[in-house]
Write a protein that binds this ligand. Structure first.
Ligand code: AMP
Ligand code: ZN
Length: 461
């Protein structure tokens, strides 16, 4: 079976056929770096990572680009509120984003693009749209996209402009709004007093880009004018992705993206998790409650990316237990790694080929563990093979026997400090053990040492 994915453009499950048969171009709308990402945001990035890992597993080479939105309305508001420079604020939260990415074992993108490094490309694109008659200037030095000039406007969100005629007159300088409020949107925002130091002096005058043009410029610069997959959360469908399509296709005359894929929302008590709603948790909040970020990753797989899912700490705790059981089972399978079961691999691929059916793929692991007809070494090989897609880092799960003496000694010292209730010392020793790539788990029967992956470094370009 070939990979079938739900394409928001057609509202259908379609067979995936990349433009270039072996290499996939993929763009993910990345974080707006004015605050910590919440775990709803992380659902979007884990979904993109699952998709990318499965494409690689299926034999494709993936060129993955993710943007870092480091200039936008909310950022400017925060720069003012915190009396910081744009660079200071955004670099801090970019660093925090990468820490979260590593804690969740998300594969780094091939390229991270900062919006502020692409102002020239954005200006060029806007001028092209102006020259072609799709954009117009206003007295305040802004440039707007005329949605009435684009016959295809609404094709992603599935509406006709004529149905929204009453609202579709006028202009919006805001970057976020509902589709009922579809109006001409800002490509370039002329300098206002509120922008403070955040502006660029360009051929378009003094000002800053609109949010939507940022992603069009960065994606096309790195993946070409037409590419395969664009991902984001469903709230990105309108206006962000609708506007990205409008700008890009009107500027190039070509089809922008073949497959748009959107993850559904993470909810809390039935309401979308959002910073503005104040109902959000960060990864740090989960860690403080004793949840391993990888257990959260496993929990995300228990529902399909395309369905809404309700967050509760109890269910995530259930996944924490499941992850511990899985790691213990892998250790119990022994040191030998045999051959991957073709039967189980075929089923694993069949599930994921079906629009990334992660709940079924996950259930298969438990079925395999219980299957007495498969030798332990083959079970281990098969699970480690599946883990290339799951990303639980199970191959880093080491038996105590393979743990260096130095680590064992430090762990013993820590246990002694704990018994003496010297919490400061035991904490210090735990940190030292962590810095050497190992972690201690306290269980009812004593402590356990496990190897874990050290955070990797990151590159911005
Ligand atoms: P933002 O930083 O607000 O641009 O959001 C980053 C990504 O998270 C985007 O792809 C959003 O669509 C996605 N997102 C935001 N809130 C949620 C949520 N509650 N559940 C799932 N994805 C979300
Ligand atoms: Zn974007």
């Amino acid at each position: 079976m070939a990979l079938n994915i739900f394409n928001t453009l057609t509202r259908k499950k379609e067979e995936f056929k990349p433009i270039n048969p072996k290499e996939v171009g993929m763009y993910t709308c990345g974080p707006t770096v004015y605050n910590y990402a919440h775990i709803g945001n992380w659902r979007a990035y884990v979904f993109a990572d699952l998709l990318k890992r499965f494409l690689i597993y299926s034999g494709y080479t993936v060129q993955h680009v993710m943007n870092i939105t480091d200039v936008e309305d909310k950022i400017i508001r925060e720069v003012k509120a915190q009396n910081k420079s744009l660079k200071e604020l955004t670099e801090f939260y970019t660093g925090e984003f990468f820490k979260g990415r590593d804690a969740l074992n998300i594969l780094p993108a091939n390229i991270y693009t900062k919006a502020t490094d692409y102002i020239d490309e954005m200006v060029k694109l806007i001028k092209k749209l102006e020259d072609a008659g799709y954009a117009y200037r206003t007295d305040d030095g802004s440039v707007y996209f005329n949605i009435h000039k684009d016959v295809d406007y609404g094709k992603l969100s599935h509406f006709k402009l004529s149905d929204l005629k009453e609202n579709a007159e006028g202009r919006l300088k805001k970057d976020e709004y509902e589709k009922e409020n579809a109006q001409d949107f800002a490509l370039w925002k002329g300098l206002t007093e509120d922008d403070g130091e955040v502006f660029w002096e360009t051929d378009l005058g003094k000002g800053r880009p609109g949010w939507h043009i940022e992603c069009s410029a960065m994606s096309m610069k790195n993946l070409g004018e037409s590419f395969d997959i664009h991902t984001g959360g469903v709230d990105n469908i309108f206006p962000h992705h609708e506007n990205e399509i409008a700008q890009s296709e009107c500027a190039t005359g070509k089809s922008f993206v073949k497959y748009f894929m959107h993850n559904e929302h993470l909810l809390v008590n039935g309401i979308k998790m959002a910073k503005s709603a104040g109902n959000f948790y960060t990864l740090e909040d989960l860690i403080k409650k004793g949840v391993d970020p990888i257990a959260f990753r496993l929990w995300l797989y228990t529902s399909n990316y395309s369905t809404k899912t309700n967050f509760t700490i109890e269910t995530v705790m259930g996944s924490q237990t499941a992850l511990a059981r899985l790691k213990e089972s892998v250790i119990a399978l022994g040191n030998d790694t045999g051959t991957v079961s073709t039967e189980y691999k075929a089923r694993f691929m069949e599930y994921l080929d079906n629009n990334l059916d992660s709940p079924q793929a996950l259930a298969l692991v438990w079925e395999l563990l219980k299957d007495n007809s498969i030798p332990n070494a083959d079970k281990k090989a098969t699970i480690l093979d599946f883990d290339k897609v799951f990303g639980f880092d199970l191959d880093k799960t080491k038996e105590e026997g393979t743990i260096p003496e130095e680590i064992k000694q430090l762990a013993k010292e820590r246990e002694t400090s704990r018994q003496e209730k010297n919490w400061a010392k035991s904490d210090e020793l735990r940190k030292k053990i962590n810095s050497l790539g190992y972690e201690i788990k306290d269980t009812e029967t004593g402590f356990k040492i496990q190897g874990y992956k050290k955070p990797s470094t990151y590159i911005l370009c």
